[in-house]
Design a protein around this ligand. Structure first.
Ligand SMILES: Nc1nc2c(ncn2[C@@H]2O[C@H](COP(=O)(O)OP(=O)(O)OP(=O)(O)O)[C@@H](O)[C@H]2O)c(=O)[nH]1
Ligand SMILES: [Mg+2]
Length: 261
């Protein structure tokens, strides 16, 4: 399957706000700022489909993304963000817990941990919860671009040990910046679809479309939207356009005056 369309469905807090669908869901959980929303965008080759921010706490609701009407990716709020009030923390925890423990469509939970750090107590608690509820759990180590290959391997081993993963468990290192690990995540999803007798398969693009050791992919799934550079951003800004128009008019007036003289 080549993904032709991925789209935002809805944001929800309460059960009755979840989309009324039979489609299977894969949910992304992890600490605030670990890179959940960025990973969803990277997997779908979409910039800005899931909102991201360098400030922790960007995703505050349960966000549903439809993939070609075949399955759904779910972006959850992050946990463990120290700088929010106790009541806010409780609220987010309730939102996450409510989704995870009630959603029948949920077929797998993807736990994201930062490749540079040891898992926090919250991460460990979440991993245990995933296992307790009978999911295998797909563990992903994010921001792999921030570590050298050797450090990354060492860190991944250490994270696996801290989480108490068994010999069958493995961690997928990824980088949403370089797109490293993208196909490994899709491979894990393909396996999941197979196990669940789900008639979906994400095709790996052939090698001629894959540049730099699989790090950057130029597949024809969806064109990567290039972020606008400063010049183009300004060109698209109506306020800036108006300012430039006024500037040009002023210059033209000046030139006319000069000619008259
Ligand atoms: N270098 C690097 N930065 C990343 C990567 N993934 C995410 N980031 C950055 O980390 C910050 C947080 O990313 P988000 O995707 O918004 O994180 P989140 O887990 O969705 O955060 P919440 O919505 O607060 O739970 C942003 O500034 C991203 O640009 C990555 O692979 N490499
Ligand atoms: Mg987010």
């Amino acid at each position: 399957m080549k993904i032709k369309r991925s789209s935002f469905v809805t944001s929800a807090v309460k059960i009755e706000q979840y989309p009324d669908t039979e489609l299977s869901e894969i949910a992304f959980v992890g600490r605030s700022n670990v890179g959940k929303s960025s990973l969803i965008n990277m997997l779908l080759n979409r910039n800005g489909l899931a909102k991201t921010s360098s400030t922790p706490g960007k995703t505050r609701l349960v966000n549903f993304f439809d993939i070609d009407g075949k399955f759904t990716l779910v972006d959850l709020p992050g946990y463990g963000y120290a700088k929010v009030s106790k009541s806010q923390k409780g609220e987010w925890k309730t939102i996450i817990d409510t989704y995870l423990s009630n959603r029948k469509n949920l077929i797998e939970v993807v736990l994201l941990v930062d490749s540079r750090h040891e898992p926090t107590d919250d991460d460990k608690e979440m991993y245990n919860w995933i296992k307790m509820y009978g999911y295998n759990g797909i563990v992903i180590a994010t921001k792999a671009d921030k570590l050298s290959k050797t450090k990354l391997e060492k860190s991944v081993r250490s994270i696996s040990k801290s989480l108490g993963m068994d010999s069958r468990g493995f961690i997928i290192p990824v980088s949403s910046e370089t797109r490293f690990g993208k196909y490994d995540v899709w491979d894990a999803f393909n396996e999941l679809f197979k196990v669940n007798n789900y008639d979906v398969y994400f095709e790996r693009q052939d090698n001629k479309n894959v540049v730099e050791n699989d790090l950057i992919c130029n597949d024809d799934v969806q064109k990567v939207e290039k972020p606008l550079n400063k010049k183009n951003r300004r060109r698209n800004d109506p306020e800036y356009k108006q300012k430039m128009k006024l500037k040009k008019q002023k210059e033209a007036r000046k030139n006319r005056k000069k000619v008259k003289k």
